[in-house]
Design a protein around this ligand. Structure first.
Ligand SMILES: NC(=O)c1ccc[n+]([C@@H]2O[C@H](COP(=O)([O-])OP(=O)(O)OC[C@H]3O[C@@H](n4cnc5c(N)ncnc54)[C@H](OP(=O)(O)O)[C@@H]3O)[C@@H](O)[C@H]2O)c1
Length: 384
């Protein structure tokens, strides 16, 4: 029996990389469902090639443009959730932002294997997701390269007692060398030039502000059930070492791989089994150097705000994520400066009503909406 794989966000960077992994391993895997938002042209080509049992277009107004063929016609969030519940084995959640949360919860409630790229789900609902993982037979395997690295490293050590710290690496983004003053005037198109990875718009901007690393620290806190003070970040521009674990005796285990998302995606789809892959390997002899430094939170305050939010409690994590979504979109529309993104996140965090522990999905969405509204209102006034 081939593994039946459903991909949410199939036309995006992770979605397309997932299809390339399946193409490479088509003796053991097949596509069960595909979903995207509005890229009908590519979606039609994917449906024609992969002949999925289910296809879902998020935007119902464009349903008529989709050549569903023999696939069940689905639309909207409800359609995506129906597809997740259907007879697939693995759900790859490659949606960007908060829209990924409901499909994540649906996959876990239905006992699926969830290959999770959508880190925002864990940021918004880490405690609830942990509860669902304990109460159902669902499994969550991280797709984010740093978390895949740490997941693999943690399987090599003998339990939590051996562990002192986790280390997440960050490329530092395109503005690693810009001064605080220069950061005020960077333009959206400059922020889209990531030095190592080719990714979707949201994560590329999140990488430039280091908000992405903040989201990843929060993701790691929930994924590995670890106090956030034991999760460190190091800037590593070469993106060869993706994660490290520091052990009690001072030893450091590092996971190195060629920076290609198809490697962690394959690891997740194979549920941890290793297969031959043609996606590149690390040749230490030809690498001139591997460098590491501590992040500068003066210039990139969003990373510190993520740690502050973890100190504050669950409500702050939801606010951090929602405020970032609104402020980042405003920056991409040219409405605010790059440096205003962290400023608006900070303001929203300062003004929100703290709730330390949240397992209720309704409360999560209430706080999410409050934070979005707060930043939108703030944007209506001048922010200088
Ligand atoms: N890219 C990477 O290398 C990478 C690495 C680690 C983690 N991640 C995480 O993976 C997630 C996806 O990132 P990405 O870079 O692949 O994003 P992306 O390239 O922007 O792709 C997003 C995909 O989701 C679809 N989509 C967006 N909004 C949707 C909605 N409301 N309903 C249904 N489909 C929707 C898009 O459809 P359309 O094409 O029709 O708009 C597209 O297929 C993010 O959480 C990111 O942080 C990405």
């Amino acid at each position: 029996m081939k593994k039946r794989i459903t991909i949410l966000g199939s036309t995006g960077s992770i979605g397309k990389a997932t299809l390339e992994v399946i193409e490479e391993q088509k003796d053991t895997m097949e596509v069960c469902g595909l979903a995207c938002k509005e890229n009908v042209e590519l979606f039609n080509a994917q449906i024609a090639k992969w002949k999925p049992r289910y296809a879902c277009l998020f935007d119902p107004s464009r349903e008529g443009e989709v050549a569903f063929g023999s696939a069940s016609r689905l639309t909207g969030l409800a359609g995506m959730k129906e597809m997740v519940r259907a007879d697939c084995d693995i759900v790859v959640n490659a949606l960007p932002g908060s829209v990924g949360l409901e499909p994540t919860l649906e996959a876990l409630r239905n006992g699926k294997i969830l290959a999770l790229a959508n880190k925002e789900s864990l940021v918004m609902a880490g405690r609830l997701i942990g509860k669902l993982l304990r109460e159902t037979r669902a499994t969550l395997i991280p797709v984010d390269s740093e978390h895949s690295a740490l997941y693999q490293l943690l399987h090599c050590i003998d339990g939590a007692a051996e562990l002192r710290h986790l280390v997440l690496t960050a490329s530092g983004g395109p503005f690693r060398k810009r001064s605080k003053e220069e950061l005020k005037s960077v333009r959206p198109e400059e922020a889209m030039k990531h030095p190592t990875w080719k990714m979707g718009t949201k994560i590329t901007l999140d990488s430039a502000t280091l908000t992405n690393k903040g989201l990843e620290v929060i993701e790691a806190r929930w994924l590995f059930d670890l106090d956030h003070h034991r999760i460190k970040v190091l800037i590593h521009p070469e993106s060869i070492v993706h994660g490290m674990v520091e052990l009690r005796d001072g030893a450091l285990l590092a996971y190195c791989a060629h920076p290609d998302m198809r490697i962690p995606i394959s690891f997740a789809l194979n549920e941890g089994a290793r297969t031959e892959l043609p996606f590149g390997k690390v040749n230490l002899a030809t690498l001139r150097k591997l460098s590491f430094s501590t992040p500068d939170v003066e210039r990139f305050p969003a990373l510190k705000l993520a740690y502050d939010a973890l100190d504050t409690g669950d409500s702050a994590l939801i606010v951090f994520n929602a405020a970032n979504e609104v402020a980042s979109a405003a920056f991409m529309e040219g409405r605010i400066r790059f440096t205003d993104i962290a400023r608006l996140i900070d303001e929203a965090l300062t003004h929100h009503a703290r709730v330390p522990k949240i397992e209720d999905e309704h409360i999560i969405w209430d706080i999410h909406r409050w934070a979005m509204h707060y930043v939108m209102e703030r944007l209506r006034r001048s922010i200088d």
